[in-house]
Every structure is written in C-alpha cells, then in structure tokens.
Design a protein around this ligand. Structure first.
Ligand code: NAD
Ligand code: UGA
Length: 446
C-alpha cells in the first residue's frame, strides 16, 4: 500500500520531532500533525526560534519541511479523514485517580484519540501506537474503534518511540532500531509492510525489527526500565563510594570498559528525571502486580525507590552542611531541565531538591538556560507560597561567571555544558553529578 497522507495526533515532544523527520525524509508523503491544544499548533507554525519543543537541529528540519509536506493543523477531523496512516502520539501520564492511581498509565487521551479516529474515518486506516502504552492496549483500542464505527477496517500497529530528549533529531536520523509490532494476519502484515516502507526511506532495513504487537508494546516499557535500572545501580554505588573513599567516576569507567556491560547510562547523578522513566516503570510494576508477579513488581519498584533516595540524599547533604537548618541561607539552583539540551522540566530532580531546600528554610534562586519562567513557576506552585526568583538576567554567561549576590551555595542539578565553564571562585558548590560538596569546584565532566 502506497501511503500518501500521514496524520499524527499529538504535537508534543514526540509527535513534533518524529513527524518533522518523517516529512524531511519522505518528501512524497504529506505529514500533518494535529493537536487539541491550539496554542501548541500556533507555536509550531510560528518563528523557528520559539517552537514549543527545544531540540538541537529541530528548527533546521522544520525550516526545510514545513509548508512543503509538513503541516501543523487544528483541523483534527479533516486530517483524520484524509490520512491512510494515523499515529497516536498523545501523553500517557501516571493515573492520579481511580483504579491503579499512582501506578498505572492514564489512557484517557489515547482513548479519546481512538474515539475521534472512529468518528471521523470514512475509509480503512492503519492506526499506530506511538505513545508508550501498557502491553495489550491495542486490544482496547481495537474495541473502541470497532464500537464507534461501521464498515471500516482498522489495522493497529505498535511503533514505540525510543528517542531521548536533547538528542531527538540525531536519534531519529540514526535510530538503533525501529520497532514495529503487528498482527500476524494477512492484513496485519500488509500494514506492517506499509510502515516499514516509510522508515526504509532512511533507516537501513536490518535496523527495522518487526514483532507481534504485544512484544513491541512490552519492549518499550522494558527498554526504559533497563536504562533506568542502570542509573539506579550506579547511583546506589555512589553512596557506597562516599563511605569508602572509592571514586564513582573511576568506578563507572572501570565497570563500563567491560564490553559485556558497556559505558552508557552509568553516570551517577542527582537521580533520573523526565516524563517517562518513572511513569513507565510504575506502569510496569502495576502490570506485574496485575498478573500476580509480586516479586517481579518489587524488583522494578526498587529502581524508583533508589532514585527517590538519591534525590533526597543530595538535598539532605546540603542541609546537613549548614547544620540542619537553612533559615536565612540563599541557595542558587543551577539547572531546572531534567537533563541538558532540553526545555523540558517534567519530573526534573531539581523540582524535588528545590522543594526540600525550601522547606528547610532556604531562599531559592533558580537559573536554567532553556526552561521558561512560566514552566518553573508551574512546577513549584503546589508547594511554594511566594514565587522564587529566577535568574535569566543575572547569569553573566559571557563572562563565564555566575552573578548571584550573597549566595551561600550553588547546587548544580542539570549538566548544562555552560556550567562546566563557569568560574565559581571560592563559592560552595554542590555538584549533583558526583554528589560531592566542594569548596573549589572541579568542573563537571572531569
Ligand atoms: P506531550 O505532552 O509533549 O505531547 C502530547 C500532546 O498530545 C499534547 O500537545 C496534547 O495537547 C496532545 N493531546 C492529548 N490528547 C489529545 C487528543 N485527544 N487529541 C489531540 N491532541 C491531544 O507528550 P510527549 O512527551 O510527546 O509524549 C507522548 C507519548 O510518547 C507518551 O506516551 C510518552 O511516554 C511517549 N514518549 C515520550 C518521549 C519523550 O522523550 N518525551 C520519548 C519516547 C516516548
Ligand atoms: C529516555 C530514554 O533514553 C529514551 O530511549 C526513551 O525514548 C525516552 O526516555 C522515553 O521513553 O521518554 P529521556 O528521558 O528523554 O529518554 O532522556 P535520557 O537521556 O534517558 O535521560 C533520562 C534521565 O536519566 C535524565 O534525568 C538524565 O540526566 C538521567 N541520566 C541519564 C543519568 O542520571 N545518568 C546517565 O548515565 C544517563
């Protein structure tokens, strides 16, 4: 089947960059991204330096494809109707109420998408799960599609996204693998082939892996769990290093040089953040419990517990340094994004650290080169009475020196490249990467 029109529902961190790259690499396919949030669509159609997602290289891709075969639109119904292939790239946060609250994925946005697809489709469609979903969600989507339509055949594929924020464009250009799960029926395999043909425009065929739907759905959750597990493993060892005089960087290097282990995701930190690791592991834990696999659930839950422990340990170190009370102290938090090279602060360790220091009496000042003040305020407004100071204007990047007055300590929480070059002089700096306090900072990364 020759695909001419693709529609993607969800213009977020996944939908925007992924579709921009598909459009760039497949000039013969019209790709339209729709979203229920008109502000987001407006921003995607706006100036290249103010796109809703910051990713190195993204503006260049959008510049080339936008208006040619890449479109951002508020017209959900018309674009569903026109497309032969529809991606669902909506958010799947952790449920906050009802059965499975605090653990299971909230599928309400995916279900709403499925209802829209059923309502507006007038011809057969290939519907693709791009969002990260619990294993066997395709069954539920199929049910919704069939209950809400007549005489239309929907083929559901799972095609989870593995990009990491901050490197999304590179990850999409050179994916380690593209995973496509489909039914083993004739029509299922035809749909799989149609999607393989899209990716084959730039991904070598040996990197396109096809499986059944359930393996594909579960492989995504499992991949995130395995990556996060490595971080919790090294972070747990950072605590032991501090007690014994071993150096966590040296330990990481020594362990990672074993080719069976490898060097990636062994960097100790204040704890992993981001919108996915925690939510996906909680979802995995929930699924294991649902199937009665309590030991397996507890194994994966421990990855989250160590992450919480690490964030708490970092903040507590700062509090202990000042004798247990931060009243009258000013602490500058450097970095608010959950990692470098993104404007995303969802589940950032900085949010937890700032809250704990604030509760211990500190006045907090915050600087991040990319996260907007609005995002920072919305992250802290649940626990903060007064609005904290943010410092877009008070960081003298050109001089390479932080320009905060009377700060008692700096806490580096995000590994922005710029921070490596600041001259902190004799300030007290708590380096979130090594979880070591230093009178004179040795630069991050060394
Ligand atoms: P996001 O919140 O940035 O974007 C989701 C978008 O979907 C929002 O703009 C929202 O307005 C829109 N939306 C929600 N319901 C809608 C509906 N019914 N109709 C139209 N639009 C609707 O989320 P994201 O970070 O892009 O993540 C999307 C999915 O991809 C999640 O399942 C996530 O786990 C997965 N994922 C994310 C990343 C990442 O790096 N952020 C990487 C891989 C996979
Ligand atoms: C992660 C995965 O890497 C992607 O493959 C996946 O597609 C994505 O989740 C998702 O499903 O959303 P992302 O969260 O964007 O990507 O970024 P990562 O590079 O994985 O970093 C996650 C967190 O782990 C960050 O807070 C980062 O600072 C931390 N981290 C990473 C460490 O603490 N140490 C490391 O060695 C690596």
């Amino acid at each position: 089947m020759q695909i001419k029109n693709i529609c993607c529902i969800g213009a977020g961190y996944v939908g925007g960059p992924t579709m921009a790259v598909i459009a760039l690499k497949c000039p013969h396919i019209n790709v339209t991204v729709v979203d229920a949030n008109p502000e987001r669509i407006k921003a995607w159609n706006g100036p290249l330096n103010a796109l809703p997602v910051y990713e190195p290289g993204l503006a260049e891709v959008v510049k080339e494809a936008r208006g040619r075969n890449l479109f951002f639109s508020e017209d959900i119904s018309g674009n569903i109707e026109r497309a032969e292939m529809i991606f669902m790239a909506v958010n799947t946060p952790t449920k906050t109420e009802g059965e499975g609250a605090g653990m299971a994925a909230d599928l309400r946005y995916v279900e709403a998408c499925a209802k829209d697809i059923a309502k507006y489709s007038k011809s057969d469609k290939i519907v693709i799960e791009k969002s990260t979903l619990p294993v066997r969600t395709a069954e539920k989507i199929k049910e919704i599609l069939e209950e809400n339509s007549t005489n239309i055949h929907f083929e559901i594929l799972s095609n989870p996204e593995f990009l990491a924020e901050g490197t999304a464009i590179q990850d999409l250009f050179k994916s380690d693998r593209v995973l496509i799960g489909g039914d083993e029926t004739e029509s299922g395999q035809k749909a799989v082939q149609a999607l393989v043909d899209v990716y084959a425009n730039w991904i070598p065929e040996e990197k396109i892996l096809t499986t059944n739907v359930w393996s594909s759905e579960l492989a995504k959750l499992a991949s995130n769990a395995m990556l996060a597990q490595r971080i919790s493993s090294i972070n747990s060892l950072s605590a032991l290093c501090e007690k014994t005089g071993a150096n966590i960087d040296e330990l990481s290097k020594a362990i990672g040089m074993d080719h069976r282990i490898g060097p990636y995701f062994l960097k100790a930190s204040v704890g992993f953040g981001g919108s996915c690791f925690q939510k996906d592991i909680l979802n995995l834990v929930y699924l294991c419990k649902y199937y009665g696999l309590d030991e397996v659930a507890e194994y994966w839950h421990q990855v989250i517990k160590i992450n919480d422990y690490q964030k708490d340990r970092f903040a507590q170190k700062i509090i202990d340094h000042f004798g247990g009370d931060l009243t009258g102290k000013r602490i500058a938090i450097l970095g608010w994004a959950f990692k470098a090279n993104t404007n995303d602060s969802r589940e950032s360790a900085a949010i937890y650290v700032a809250e704990k220091l604030h509760k211990a009496g500190a006045t907090i000042e915050i600087y991040d080169p990319m996260v907007s003040e609005d995002s920072i305020y919305s992250d802290v407004r649940f626990y903060w009475k007064e609005i904290p100071k943010t410092h877009k204007d008070r960081f003298d990047v050109l001089k390479g020196s932080p320009n905060f007055n009377n700060v008692d300590a700096f806490a580096i929480v995000t590994e922005w490249e710029a921070f490596k070059h600041f001259d902190f002089k004799k300030s007290m700096v708590f380096d979130g990467r090594n979880i070591l306090e230093k009178k004179e900072v040795t630069h991050l990364g060394k």
